[in-house]
Design a protein around this ligand. Structure first.
Ligand SMILES: *Cc1c(COP(=O)(O)O)cnc(C)c1O
Length: 434
């Protein structure tokens, strides 16, 4: 399988190149030449297959022999060694919990798989690998966790100062060692822009190998489809709708890729906070990136979603096709808080602010399409957002044991102004690029 550059469809690269480069030199995202289908036998067996086995089959189609099967099998077994939980919480309403990994956010799926692919492709390389990642909250923690202690790789995380939760900040800033946190006095979009410009402009003089760990990296995107095969095949309804809480739109793009490969999904719901460029695109046909607005579902505070181009491409950049399969709903902080309370009253289920957005999206869709049944994705453990959730439900939350180690520890961050030139100066000095 080859991958083409969305900015220049003539440029085709291998999976290895797409993963190790992250983004093309003209800032184009890589996209698989085709969406491969695993075939009817796979879908027949799917309800009995466990996640690592599903992952191995699907990843194999995208990667071919670029990673030997034996190694790919180990990568899948190690990456997905924690549960995916599915619970019915109301009529027509099922939650897909993706927060049982080591950093209690769904980003663990993508980060663990990507880091292992990258480790395979760069082992034996005499240049130092430097992973650059912009985070709106959870990506950084998941990437840091999967690379901590891997001394051959430096991880440099850019995060928007004051715009992530205290626990998220601890997850980025307390590792030390090969993990560096750059605290940017700007927004997530600023961080994303700095990373992208570095890829296209920085002359590394071949001293380091720069890679991106954002969902613009195809090796983070592909694994985010695996759990949808798992969940959909275990749904009560034969063709459920699926609501995905979206920010940079990697998770939804991956779900659409799974559908394009043959998975039955009746309809998708793009659920967002007030950063609503995609619901607005659905409504008007115009895509207008906007300034980022801070919300309590902060991992979705994205004004110019990096993966929108991929999502649009999956529908041949045709607005009519797009809206025939995806509806959009957005919600402000008050709606999100009220809904966390309502759902807690109704079913006892505790939502985090991101899961609450997805749950609201599903309810709105069911209201507009009576009789519909669906699954919504819960992307973070509510205890990760205890400062939002506890005052709403009036109860203390119990932290999953995996988060204990992030509750203490000394914060180490490097403050930085937004703008490519500052990151350039930092990297030039640190890696002697002059
Ligand atoms: C990253 C993130 C999202 C948004 O996912 P995208 O793939 O960027 O759309 C939603 N919820 C949580 C908790 C996240 O960390």
């Amino acid at each position: 399988m080859l991958y083409y550059n969305l900015n220049n469809k003539k440029e085709r690269v291998t999976f290895r190149e797409a993963v190790t480069r992250g983004i093309s030199s003209d800032m184009g995202l890589f996209m698989p030449e085709e969406i491969p289908s695993p075939g009817p036998d796979f879908f027949k067996k799917l309800p009995e297959m466990e996640l690592p086995e599903i992952a191995f089959t699907i990843a194999g189609m995208y990667i071919g022999d670029e990673i030997p099967y034996r190694i790919l099998k180990t990568i899948c077994d190690e990456s997905f060694n924690f549960p995916v939980v599915i619970k019915k919480i109301g009529p027509g309403k099922t939650v897909l919990e993706l927060f049982h990994g080591p950093t209690a956010a769904f980003k663990d799926f993508g980060a663990r798989f990507m880091s292992r692919c990258l480790g395979y492709f760069t082992s034996g390389d005499d240049r130092k690998s430097v992973v650059l990642v912009a985070t709106s909250g959870d990506t950084g923690g998941a990437v840091a966790d999967s690379f901590a202690g891997v001394d051959a790789v430096d991880v440099i995380i850019l995060y928007p100062s004051g715009r992530i939760s205290p626990l998220q900040e601890n997850q980025l800033t307390t590792h030390g060692g090969n993990i560096t946190a750059l605290e940017i006095t700007g927004t997530f979009d600023d961080c994303q822009q700095m990373v992208r410009e570095t890829f296209t402009k920085l002359d590394t003089r071949n001293r380091i190998r720069l890679t991106s760990a954002n969902s613009i990296n195809i090796a983070r995107l592909i694994p985010q489809s695996f759990y949808y095969y798992y969940a959909m095949s275990r749904s009560e309804s034969t063709e459920p709708v699926l609501s995905v809480p979206s920010g940079n739109f990697g998770n939804l793009s991956a779900a659409v890729m799974a559908w394009r490969s043959g998975l039955k999904v009746k309809h998708f719901i793009a659920s967002t906070n007030v950063n609503r460029v995609v619901p607005e695109y659905i409504r008007t046909g115009k895509y207008c990136p906007a300034n980022t607005v801070m919300t309590i579902a902060n991992a979705m505070d994205v004004g110019n979603p990096g993966n929108f181009v991929r999502l649009a491409q999956l529908f041949d950049n045709d607005h009519g096709k797009f809206i025939s399969k995806i509806s959009g709903y957005w919600f402000d902080d008050d709606r999100i808080r009220n809904h966390i309370w309502d759902e807690y009253q109704r079913s006892g289920y505790i939502l985090d602010p991101h899961g609450a957005v997805a749950s609201l999206g599903l309810e709105s869709y069911i209201r507009d399409h009576p009789g519909a049944q669906g699954i919504f994705t819960a992307t973070a453990h509510p205890a990760k957002f205890s400062e939002v959730v506890e005052p709403v439900i009036g109860e203390r939350l119990t932290f999953p044991a995996s988060l204990d180690r992030f509750l203490s520890g000394k914060k180490l961050s490097v403050p930085m102004n937004p703008g490519y030139q500052y990151l350039k100066e930092y990297l030039t000095e640190r890696y002697h690029l002059q």
